[in-house]
Design a protein around this ligand. Structure first.
Ligand code: PM9
Length: 457
């Protein structure tokens, strides 16, 4: 525990072999996948850092819970366990299970947004903004400016800028803002946390104007651990105390259980307001299933409830953050341009500085992810212009951050795997001048990054 990088707080009971491929095989595979790492077969991947979403290793306690699935169509006891977990750990009154986070985003957007509304948030997230826009709202980014600077090393880069928020309220009127979407942590800023002080201030401002605050709780446990490590007054508090205080500054949350719920599938919408809950319960039967299972089976709700309790263990979450920090430090020491500080779920490579000769509309981050795969079999994900999509006039959004995400699944890889990843990135950096950009050969209309195809220029 006193080591700089805490050892794994678990023993390995079951192993899953992973593929070792040749460079030649990988060159064929990435071409077949249209230079999009989402389209690779997992059989062709050596170390899979595409995402931490649903890629977690469950504990023996969670696997045991799967055997206790109560698959009754209505009133499953596993739903009661999930409800108890949400009430005890997050402190919300009502819970609606959904098949994953975006199912909750769909319902929340539909019950709260009217066409012409504005939803302020601390940087967009792809699926979250898509649901807001599909329901007629315009997303407004009110994150602090510092979040858009990959080199600036500050403790709470996910914070909302209260002046920007107040200015938006003055400009459009509080009645046009159904809720503020506050993500903890901020995925696309690099997994950056929000401070407790900021959450409290946002909630107070929102209450003053009669606006609700809905948190995106997807990585709330990581955020809580950063608060414990970085914010004055929290060092001696438990993760549970911190999580509960965080959610005391919100009216509800959407949750992708596939991240900090430490499961492979599932999510929920949680609310405090009885009327809103009723509206959500009426919609969940249309899009997901009965309010007592939403999109989930009984066994999956049990695994999620158990995962939520496990996630409150400080050793678990401190080790997770240590793994990410370890990879970040190795890359930083080798002079690789990364987003600083290192976030909660991933190390983000700064493709603008990695390939400064490739213009943003030739997709430098997309190409960097493809090159990393060819070099090493490590799969990563583009988080730049391709992820950002187009505006309503059909022009590319040009995000300031053009990143490749090396995302660490929970309890899956060891420090040795991370050494291999670091060596591969360092090798690639030496050859950076030889690489050219990409162009689209197929571009889907929504959430294009999932299925777009490219070819080299
Ligand atoms: N995040 C991720 O890899 C998976 C989908 S995008 C490739 O980071 C936040 C902050 C997320 C998130 C998913 C969702 C949606 C909401 N908010 O994937 O639908 O990071 O469970 O959650 C992904 P679901």
């Amino acid at each position: 525990m006193d080591k700089k990088y805490m050892a794994e707080p678990y023993k390995i009971k079951m192993v899953e072999p992973i593929a070792v491929t040749t460079r030649e095989q990988r060159e064929i595979a990435i071409k077949k996948a249209g230079y999009n790492t989402f389209l690779l077969d997992s059989d062709d991947v050596y170390i899979d850092l595409l995402t931490d979403s649903g890629t977690n290793a469950m504990s023996e306690n969670q696997w045991a819970g799967l055997m206790l699935g109560d698959e009754a169509y209505a009133g499953s006891k596993n739903f009661k366990h999930l409800q108890q977990a949400v009430q005890e750990l997050y402190g919300f009154k009502y819970v609606i299970p959904t098949h994953q986070g975006r199912g909750a985003e769909n319902i929340l957007s539909k019950i709260m947004i009217k066409p012409g509304d504005y939803v302020p948030g601390n940087m967009y997230f792809t699926t979250t903004r898509a649901h807001q826009e599909l329901n007629g709202a315009a997303f407004r980014d009110v994150i602090i400016d510092e979040a858009h600077d990959p080199e600036l090393n500050i403790a709470f880069k996910g914070n909302i800028d209260l002046n920007k928020l107040e200015k938006l309220i003055d400009e459009v009127g509080a009645e046009k803002i159904p809720y503020i979407c506050l993500a903890v942590t901020v995925n696309l800023a690099g997994g950056q946390p929000v401070s407790m002080a900021n959450m409290k201030a946002v909630y107070e401002l929102a209450q003053k104007h009669g606006i609700k605050v809905m948190m995106d709780a997807t990585r709330c446990v990581e955020n809580a651990c950063f608060i414990k490590h970085r914010e004055a007054g929290y060092a001696n508090k438990t993760i549970l105390d911190i999580v509960k205080e965080m959610f005391s500054y919100a009216d509800g949350c959407t949750m992708s259980g596939k991240k900090d719920g430490i499961v492979n599938i599932g999510g929920f919408l949680a609310l405090n307001d009885g009327d809103l809950y009723q509206k959500a319960a009426n919609l969940v039967v249309v899009y997901e299933g009965m309010p007592s299972y939403g999109g989930m089976s009984g066994r999956d709700m049990e695994a999620l409830a158990r995962g939520m309790y496990e996630s409150m263990d400080y050793n678990y979450i401190a080790h997770r953050l240590a793994q990410v920090e370890y990879l970040g430090e190795k890359l930083d020491q080798a002079g690789i341009p990364i987003v600083k500080p290192v976030g909660g779920h991933a190390v983000f490579l700064d493709a603008r500085r990695f390939y400064p000769h490739i213009p943003q509309n030739q997709f430098p981050a997309q190409m960097l992810a493809a090159q990393l795969y060819i070099e090493s079999g490590v799969r990563s994900m583009e988080r730049g212009i391709v992820s950002a999509g187009r505006d309503k006039d059909g022009n590319h959004h040009y995000p300031k951050l053009e990143l490749v995400r090396l995302t660490i699944p929970r309890r899956v890889y060891t420090y040795s795997h991370l050494d291999v990843v670091a060596e591969a990135v360092i090798e690639l950096y030496k050859k950076r001048d030889q690489v050219k950009g990409l162009r689209f050969v197929y571009e889907p209309p929504v959430l294009r990054f999932f299925t777009a195809r490219f070819e080299p220029n």
